[in-house]
Ligand binder design. Structure first.
Ligand SMILES: Nc1ncnc2c1ncn2[C@@H]1O[C@H](COP(=O)(O)OP(=O)(O)OP(=O)(O)O)[C@@H](O)[C@H]1O
Length: 265
């Protein structure tokens, strides 16, 4: 479903600020894979997601999504294939529009449909049914302006909107990090539910080690622009935080005193 071949990205090349953000990354996701991504600050995690979404282009290397080479495709042309949720709950929704209008916008992301603010009865029922799955009573607030919602409610809506048209790839960029623990747990559960329902191929960056262990069928660890560890299905089931720290130490030859160094928190 997704292939990254030898992706390289250097910022400010040949200047004193030169930074190798991605150092010939290779990664392959099969349909339905749910991969959690951990790594220290500046490891290249967001840059990798930005490459997939088309926000950034690689210096060299190829990006294949659903068998299509999208390396040169601009971001807006990839948007049908990609759903993305950011850390900032304010980023994924339009605050001055209603819940219904936001959903209508997400629904029309699929280019075959044109965006109309007016929504017919059938579509309203579809929106209502989708919102019901969140168990936040948003289905009864279709005409509420999104700017009035709490951070958790807004993030839940962003998630629903990002998955609405069943994208080829779902990108989650620390999407629970800005929420308090109970809201973060709620969004984690909704994530699990939405991803499982449509078997979405997902990449999720997290600084929460337990979340990285609990969610998904694969885990990757990044450091200094490289993927230094890949853990697959069966192995992931028995994984613990101390085991991950040992692995980092074995690969990098650096002793970690806390998992915080590994996670960049
Ligand atoms: N637009 C940019 N211009 C210059 N340098 C950049 C740019 N974007 C990222 N970088 C640098 O590239 C490196 C990788 O950044 P990236 O944001 O991908 O890391 P990350 O793993 O997501 O880190 P964090 O966990 O702190 O968010 C960092 O050193 C960062 O400073």
């Amino acid at each position: 479903m997704l292939k990254l071949n030898q992706i390289n990205k250097v910022f400010n090349e040949a200047t004193p600020d030169e930074k190798v953000a991605l150092d010939q990354i290779n990664l392959e996701l099969k349909m339905g894979d749910f991969v959690t991504v951990i790594g220290s600050n500046g490891a290249g995690k967001s840059t990798m997601l930005n490459m997939i979404s088309g926000t950034l282009t690689p210096d060299f290397g190829d990006i294949i999504i659903a068998e299509k080479d999208v390396t040169k495709l601009p971001e807006y042309k990839r948007s049908q294939m990609i759903g993305r949720v950011f850390q900032d709950p304010m980023a994924g929704t339009a605050p001055t529009m209603t819940i219904e209008e936001n959903l209508a916008m997400a629904y029309s992301r699929d280019k075959k449909r044109s965006f109309r603010r007016g929504v017919d009865k059938k579509r309203r029922e579809l929106f209502r049914a989708s919102l019901e799955t969140l168990h936040l009573n948003l289905e009864n607030r279709l005409n509420a302006k999104v700017g009035m919602l709490s951070g958790g409610e807004r993030q839940a809506l962003s998630l629903l909107m990002a998955t609405f048209t069943q994208p080829s790839i779902l990108l989650l960029d620390e999407h629970t990090a800005a929420l308090d623990p109970s809201r973060a747990e709620l969004i984690t559960n909704i994530t699990k539910q939405l991803v499982e329902k449509d078997k979405l191929t997902t990449l999720m960056i997290t600084h929460n080690m337990q979340q990285a262990l609990d969610l998904g069928n694969r885990l990757i660890m990044m450091d200094k622009g490289q993927i230094i560890l890949e853990i697959e299905a069966e192995e992931k089931k028995g994984l613990t935080i101390p085991k991950l720290m040992d692995e980092f130490e074995r690969i990098r030859g650096e002793k970690l005193t806390s998992d915080k160094a590994l996670l960049g928190v």
